[in-house]
Design a protein around this ligand. Structure first.
Ligand SMILES: *[C@@H]1O[C@H](CO)[C@@H](O)[C@H](O)[C@H]1NC(C)=O
Ligand SMILES: *[C@@H]1O[C@H](CO)[C@@H](O)[C@H](O)[C@H]1NC(C)=O
Ligand SMILES: *[C@@H]1O[C@H](CO)[C@@H](O)[C@H](O)[C@H]1NC(C)=O
Ligand SMILES: *[C@@H]1O[C@H](CO)[C@@H](O)[C@H](O)[C@H]1NC(C)=O
Ligand SMILES: *[C@@H]1O[C@H](CO)[C@@H](O)[C@H](O)[C@H]1NC(C)=O
Ligand SMILES: *[C@@H]1O[C@H](CO)[C@@H](O)[C@H](O)[C@H]1NC(C)=O
Ligand SMILES: *[C@@H]1O[C@H](CO)[C@@H](O)[C@H](O)[C@H]1NC(C)=O
Ligand SMILES: *[C@@H]1O[C@H](CO)[C@@H](O)[C@H](O)[C@H]1NC(C)=O
Ligand SMILES: *[C@@H]1O[C@H](CO)[C@@H](O)[C@H](O)[C@H]1NC(C)=O
Length: 583
């Protein structure tokens, strides 16, 4: 909080003429989200200092029976005089003001209870130890739901979002059921995560998500948590996970990837940047690293004039001279084994990110095709719909668009209806016709809120736009099928939305069928993206009933989700290969 805002708070509190209370940390924390003593000046608060940071220190008192009530408290102070006055292990008594503090950087963050303007710090004894609560032994996070306020068919993904605010409702906590309540009930306390396994990559601040040795659901073969439906039929937001922040002693966390294991982490629970963090005392060390080998797809071409293989890959802003173009080509040649048709997204124009009015991407696509040809025996042709300059988002000046690469020896383009998203009609060597639609729906980038934020269900940025886009596709397919009910239609691309947001896909009901579902891929292995604590599926392929009734196969090739290092990835999305029969 900027100093000016704190001054304002102080002035407001002054006008309330606070009375002095004597209180325990448990009294200050209380069983609800907000403190019963908010705004009050409190004296004679006692506890043992468990940790120090650059902006304060943590005190903890003896455990209490009520698991809803935290016995830890963050004392905010940037005064070196205050920070130097206490040492970890000191039992102290102090006075201060109770504040439910919300970081001013984002109005969707939760408030957290802290003790401000500490005075009269008295050291009662030194060298005391506080035994950390061992998660998974003493208490375990819930495995299914995030918040009691995520009501609706799709749980935390229910549309419309933002039906209530945690801090306004100020319910008493249900830590056995909801993760936001669970972590809030441990706010400021010392905890240990035994046997942590990393479930994502580190972010740019070196923070990373883990789960520990406790019960977990929706665990995939790599060790991560997949966004899928829980046993109650509601999307499982992966509450059995926690983010590890920057170490309190200034050491640097190791870099992470999905499936790495580290030694036990001990630290304090602190809400910041939209999540309940554990701030470790010191950086953990890596104990094991998963096998970096990603097997290539087994779904190869079958020369029967009826079978078609389709790859789907969002290549993350690729221009003709992008450093990752050779890697994308190599993924397509070696891991995807050159599918007959590639549905590509995020192809930049011929001048890449340079904003010079160029919109054609034939140089980009030629370069990609040439790079694939140099590593395989396939020379792809391509087709694209050239967008209007500056209209389609992505990297500035790049004019990203979906495009097709196709193997002219396997399929020929019958027509290209020249619209976005690209609709194409194809013919196989035996003359069988089928249609594809390649799309890239609006990104979630802006307007979203964290899964542990104040608005419930959390804000899902641009979901209304994506719902409209799905409707447009559904109407188009409906029209096509009304003319030709047995048409083979394949719709694929980056939908930027999970199928667990059922409302968003309602227009597809009984019209288009997701290949993962048709091919019966285990739900926990359905993912193309790693974000925060979850592996999730933003990229999908749907088929019409004529295709669904024949044999459908799909494989997600985790070249990027399984990367050993966030920076060696070709793209942030995994590609997939689908094999269908069109006659
Ligand atoms: C704080 O503790 C001291 C010493 O025990 C006592 O004199 C004082 O009244 C207490 N303050 C409050 C507000 O209870
Ligand atoms: C929040 O709930 C607690 C416990 O019921 C209550 O003491 C407190 O006054 C409430 N705070 C607000 C701001 O509603
Ligand atoms: C300061 O702390 C001491 C020791 O706990 C207590 O006796 C005294 O009342 C406190 N004074 C104020 C003004 O809080
Ligand atoms: C606390 O422990 C340290 C080191 O173990 C020792 O130097 C110091 O004297 C102890 N302080 C007290 C008050 O016992
Ligand atoms: C969410 O709801 C709150 C309370 O109704 C409102 O103040 C806020 O503007 C809403 N946020 C968004 C992004 O709609
Ligand atoms: C993590 O990776 C970055 C490159 O992205 C590198 O600069 C940094 O040194 C690495 N950190 C550690 C601890 O290896
Ligand atoms: C891509 O094509 C352009 C123009 O044909 C050429 O100048 C450039 O070197 C090519 N880049 C790569 C990586 O092949
Ligand atoms: C790209 O298209 C332009 C205009 O149609 C054409 O002049 C140029 O030769 C094409 N370049 C490549 C590499 O296909
Ligand atoms: C490549 O595709 C275009 C249509 O996009 C077509 O005009 C051209 O003949 C094709 N070339 C080959 C070699 O198939």
């Amino acid at each position: 909080m900027p100093a000016a805002t704190r001054w304002l708070d102080w002035l407001c509190q002054c006008t309330l003429l606070p009375l002095a209370y004597s209180a325990t940390i448990a009294d200050i924390q209380g069983p609800a989200f907000r403190s019963p003593l908010e705004g009050q000046t409190v004296q004679n608060v006692t506890g043992i200092v468990t940790a120090k940071s650059s902006s304060g220190f943590y005190v903890q008192s003896k455990p209490v029976q009520d698991v809803r009530v935290s016995t830890g408290l963050f004392v905010f102070s940037e005064s070196s005089k205050v920070l130097n006055a206490v040492q970890v292990g000191d039992e102290i008594s102090l006075s201060g003001t109770v504040s439910d503090f919300r970081s001013s950087s984002d109005p969707t963050f939760l408030e957290s209870t802290e003790f401000e303007s500490p005075t009269n710090i008295t050291i009662l004894s030194s060298n005391n130890t506080v035994t950390p609560l061992v998660l998974g032994v003493d208490r375990s996070p819930p495995t299914q739901d995030l918040s009691a306020l995520d009501v609706g068919l799709d749980g935390f993904l229910t549309v419309p979002n933002n039906q209530s605010l945690v801090d306004v409702v100020n319910a008493t906590m249900q830590p056995a059921k909801f993760s936001v309540d669970f972590w809030s009930s441990l706010e400021g306390q010392l905890v240990t995560v035994p046997k942590p396994i990393s479930i994502g990559f580190e972010n740019s601040f070196g923070e990373f998500w883990v789960r520990g040795a406790w019960e977990a659901t929706s665990v995939n073969s790599r060790g991560g948590l997949t966004l899928s439906f829980g046993p109650n039929g509601i999307p499982d937001g992966g509450p059995e996970s926690v983010i590890i922040g920057q170490p309190l002693d200034g050491t640097i966390n190791p870099n992470m990837s999905v499936g790495k294991t580290i030694n036990d982490v001990t630290g304090v629970v602190q809400y910041q940047f939209g999540f309940y963090y554990i701030l470790p005392f010191t950086a953990p060390t890596v104990l094991s690293v998963p096998d970096p080998t990603v097997p290539a797809t087994t779904l190869q071409f079958i020369a029967d004039g009826c079978t078609v293989t389709l790859g789907d890959y969002n290549v993350d802003n690729i221009g003709p001279d992008s450093a990752h173009l050779p890697a994308a080509a190599s993924d397509i040649a070696t891991h995807l084994r050159t599918p007959d048709i590639m549905l590509m997204q995020e192809i930049q124009d011929n001048s890449g990110e340079t904003d010079d009015g160029t919109v054609d991407a034939n140089v980009t696509l030629n370069n990609l095709s040439a790079a694939i040809a140099s590593q395989s025996n396939v020379k792809y042709n391509f087709t694209e719909v050239i967008p209007i300059n500056g209209q389609d988002g992505g990297e500035h000046g790049g004019n990203i668009r979906p495009a097709y690469l196709f193997n002219p020896k396997r399929v020929s383009l019958v027509s290209d209806s020249s619209r976005k998203p690209i609709v194409a009609a194809w013919e196989t060597t035996s003359g069988a016709r089928f249609f594809t639609i390649n799309l890239h729906n609006a990104a979630k980038v802006s307007g979203g809120s964290s899964d542990q934020g104040d608005p419930r269900p959390p804000l899902n940025g641009a979901v209304e736009q994506r719902i409209a886009q799905v409707k447009v596709i559904a109407n188009f397919v409906q029209e096509l099928l009304s003319m030709e009910p047995s048409a083979s239609v394949i719709v694929g691309g980056d939908f930027n939305e999970f199928v667990q947001t059922r409302t968003a896909y309602a227009p597809f009901d009984n019209l288009l069928f997701e290949v993962d579902e048709v091919a019966d891929i285990p739900p926990v292995e359905r993912y193309t993206y790693v974000f925060d604590n979850l592996q999730e599926q933003l990229d999908h392929v749907f088929v019409s009933s004529a295709v669904a009734l024949r044999k459908v196969e799909v494989e997600h090739v985790h070249v990027n989700s399984w990367a050993p290092d966030v920076n060696t990835r070709t793209s942030d999305h995994d590609p997939s290969v689908t094999r269908v029969r069109v006659c």
